[in-house]
Design a binder for this molecule. Structure first.
Ligand SMILES: [Zn+2]
Length: 103
């Protein structure tokens, strides 16, 4: 999908139509690796010690990572930045598309 760099749309803070620049919300950095059900997280709680895994702490990645690879598109969220007040507003529901080009 193609989007222009600038557009005129309503700014709820300025309460009028102003010029907005469009950008894409980028994915945030993943913090730590204390995922639910991970061995590292269990060790923090004093569990997951000793020999063997006792049938727990599976070695496979999350099912969604290696099974059911259907979705080939991602939901992208567009951010609109008002050029008068500098406030950024994103569309509440992103657009499901494989590629976004701006400008
Ligand atoms: Zn504004």
């Amino acid at each position: 999908m193609k989007f222009p760099k600038e557009t005129r749309r309503y700014c709820p803070y300025c309460k009028k139509h102003t010029k907005h620049t469009i950008s894409i919300l980028s994915a945030g950095r993943q913090r730590g690796s204390l995922r639910r059900g991970s061995l590292a997280r269990a060790r923090k709680r004093g569990l997951g010690r000793g020999k063997g895994n006792l049938g727990r702490w599976g070695s496979k990645r999350a099912v969604s990572k290696w099974k059911r690879r259907i979705k080939s598109t991602q939901r992208k969220v567009l951010l609109y930045k008002c050029q008068e007040c500098g406030k950024i507003k994103g569309k509440s529901q992103g657009i499901r598309t494989s590629k976004i080009t701006i400008g």
